[in-house]
Design a protein around this ligand. Structure first.
Ligand code: IVH
Length: 683
């Protein structure tokens, strides 16, 4: 058949594209030195995706297209570590380092001692297991969290989405790194969320009505344990490697050689590293690290010192919880003690009440701080905060300062004034409610002026309708003068009306008018986002727009149609349904439409998305009968075959799947479950 004749060529072409993509990923995500533009990279990726769609049997698990794959059905599996992932002892002063250095020399006896100095990255440690693969290379087999140190959680599908983690390593790379071929090995390191990615994640969560992550480390940890790899893929996590284990034993050439080998294997190794011989040199490295700290773009909380030589490491050995050959020098947190002068409550777009600590201004790590986040009512309660209390505030890197503890001693007596969380909305006086299982209090008034103000600001913001010039000051005036009662009223504003606003000259009124008019063309996804439906952020809005193609179709979609959309589960579909159940919201949509706001999008082509794909069904599926599954596949243009062969594109396996599943594994055919099939059908 022509297919077979063409295969070698196509395989070669696909392998070439994969190699190119791997090289550019390495240049971009590991070396920070891209050679091509994002558009060129996307073009290569699309070319490969097209070929793979036409030849699904030629897809390899380490293909750059396969970073986002199936998700673990229920939670993560546990797996044992090859060797426990220990912790580190801490030092806080040069004196403590001196004690440690002395002990190291005593125990090392005649062995010469030098140290590597590395940054202590503030993330979570993970272990990556690589197995020997075809042609003398190696392939990522599993990614594990630290867990309790003995067993971790198998988060492979999430780790795979991180572009700084190589899915495969070539024979050539192994040779350069002097890692034996044909053997399994393990790479350990730290998974961090850069500050920019952290800000982005929290902004998105805010838009979706989800609680913000407290700091980048929590955000990284939460992300690695997210059940949906496609979300992890968007979060910008970075993996820095620092250990290499072969046969459960640290790389025998020592720590400096380990870092070099990891670099040769294609991993990202933190460039701020050094070799030191004395405590003075350690302190010099530490001071230098501290001075760079704010500009790194990711958080560190100290410096890790490791005895370099493997022989000396072995001689020194371990205490119960940590190696004797390494220590963490921890920076003291940037903190200050100051007085809590008051607690301010602001009301957000969703009516959520957020408390902020108003502080007597204090100087912390180079900046003056007069506010700190208090999260929610429970946090205030847990801390037992009273107005007038002295509190310790902390700042890590560029993150929002937080109240760490209440100080109480002779010089710092407790405050007298108990704070009670308001039972009424500070903006409109309506009652506030807290739903079961939620941390936040919300204003019940659908027409609360604060909600309207925040909704207008959200609607106009960058990334939503992008109406430049419609900020706090303009919105406040429009509301005060009763010129807008909903976002739709923006479109009825005239240049004349706008130039009547304070500080709006004819020209800026004209500009704002054009900005508002231009926003009509922002497109359906932006409008969906602009409506401010809970949990619906940028990505979800785009997926909904592509699926439904018009606001009318979306407004009337039942839950099961909504849930067909990638990433939409019961929580989001409930929020969308609730939103469009309210007559006021349906009215708003009609008004926007009347005002000329574009409310359609190109609908994703969904005819015959399974064309040329062959499926084999095995086992019992949770919801569909075999006939129903067959019908659905065929309706989408796919074929259903009775037995597994090389031509099979996917095996859909349910409970008690039998020999067909074994055959699929043997032939390396992709296996999906019912949920996976539904996703494919959804396109
Ligand atoms: S070495 C035997 N090196 O700090 C464990 N750890 O406080 C030795 N960490 O669990 C770990 N940067 O999560 C090492 N350059 C670095 C590190 C580092 C951050 C973390 C790691 C570890 C924790 C110990």
């Amino acid at each position: 058949m022509a297919e077979t004749a063409a295969a070698p060529n196509i395989t070669r072409k696909m392998e070439k594209l994969r190699d190119q993509l791997r090289r550019h990923e390495h240049l971009y995500y590991v070396l920070d030195a891209p050679e091509i533009s994002d558009a060129e990279y996307d073009a290569l990726m699309n070319e490969l995706k097209k070929l793979e769609a036409a030849h699904p049997d030629l897809i390899t698990p380490d293909s750059p297209t396969q970073r986002v794959g199936g998700k673990p059905a229920e939670g993560f599996r546990k797996a044992q570590h090859s060797r426990p992932m220990l912790s580190l002892d801490n030092a806080y002063t040069a004196e403590e380092l001196r004690d440690w250095d002395r002990r190291v020399h005593e125990l090392a006896g005649k062995l010469a001692v030098e140290y590597t100095a590395e940054l202590k990255l503030d993330g979570l440690s993970v272990a990556l297991l690589y197995q020997a693969a075809g042609e003398g290379g190696a392939r990522l087999a599993m990614g594990l969290t630290r867990g309790d140190g003995q067993t971790g959680e198998d988060v492979t599908s999430n780790i795979r989405t991180m572009r700084s983690v190589p899915l495969s390593i070539s024979k050539e790379q192994l040779r350069k790194a002097r890692v034996p071929q044909g053997q399994a090995f393990e790479v350990r390191g730290e998974c961090v969320m850069p500050e920019a990615a952290f800000e982005r994640t929290n902004a998105e969560r805010e838009r979706e009505g989800l609680p913000a992550f407290v700091n980048p480390r929590n955000s990284a940890a939460g992300t690695v344990r997210t059940l949906d790899p496609s979300i992890v893929a968007t979060r910008g996590l970075v993996f820095f490697a620092y250990f290499l284990l072969i046969d459960g034993e640290y790389f025998a050439a020592g720590q400096t050689a380990t870092l070099d080998a990891l670099t040769a294997l294609g991993f990202r190794v933190n460039p701020h590293r050094g070799r030191v011989r004395s405590v003075d040199e350690m302190m010099k490295f530490i001071d230098d690290a501290e001075s760079r700290r704010a500009r790194l773009g990711y958080e560190i909380d100290g410096v890790v010192l490791k005895v370099d030589s493997h022989a000396a490491q072995q001689r020194l050995g371990y205490t119960g919880r940590a190696p004797r050959w390494a220590i963490a020098y921890k920076f003291t947190a940037q903190s200050a003690v100051t007085q809590l002068e008051g607690i301010m409550i602001t009301v957000g777009r969703s009516g959520k009440l957020t408390p902020t600590a108003m502080l007597r201004p204090a100087f912390v790590g180079g900046v003056t701080i007069s506010r700190a986040t208090l999260h929610n009512a429970d946090f205030i309660e847990r801390m037992g905060l009273k107005i007038g209390d002295w509190v310790k505030i902390e700042r890590g890197g560029d993150v929002i300062p937080k109240v760490a503890e209440v100080i109480e001693d002779k010089e710092h007596p407790r405050g007298k004034l108990r704070f009670s969380f308001p039972s009424e909305c500070p903006e409109c006086g309506s009652p506030v409610v807290r739903e079961e299982g939620e941390a936040d209090w919300r204003c019940v008034n659908l027409d609360c002026p604060a909600k309207l103000r925040e909704s207008l600001l959200h609607f106009a913001s960058r990334g939503v309708m992008n109406i430049e010039g419609l900020g706090d000051a303009a919105v406040a005036q429009l509301l005060e003068r009763g010129m807008v009662k909903s976002v739709a009223d923006l479109y009825a504003l005239t240049v004349d009306q706008l130039s009547g606003l304070e500080r709006f000259a004819e020209k800026s009124a004209q500009t704002l008018f054009s900005e508002i008019q231009n926003s009509k063309k922002a497109g359906l996804a932006r409008v969906i986002m602009g409506l401010g439906i809970r949990f619906v952020g940028e990505r979800t809005a785009e997926l909904l727009a592509a699926e439904f193609g018009s606001i009318d179709a979306l407004m009337d979609a039942p839950a099961e149609e909504l849930e067909r959309v990638e990433e939409v589960g019961p929580r989001i579909s409930r929020a969308v349904l609730d939103f469009f159940l309210r007559p006021a919201n349906r009215d708003l949509v009609q008004k926007l439409k009347k005002a000329g706001v574009a409310m359609t999008a190109e609908k994703k082509q969904r005819t015959s998305q399974l064309a040329s794909l062959t499926f084999v069904l095995t086992g019992t599926l949770p919801n569909l009968t075999r006939d129903e599954a067959k019908e659905k596949i065929e309706a989408a243009g796919g074929k259903v075959a009775g037995s597994v062969s090389k031509k099979t594109s996917y095996v859909v396996a349910g409970e008690e799947a039998g020999s067909k599943l074994d055959k699929a594994h043997e032939l390396k055919i992709r296996v999906i479950d019912e949920a996976g099939l539904m996703k494919l059908l959804a396109g």
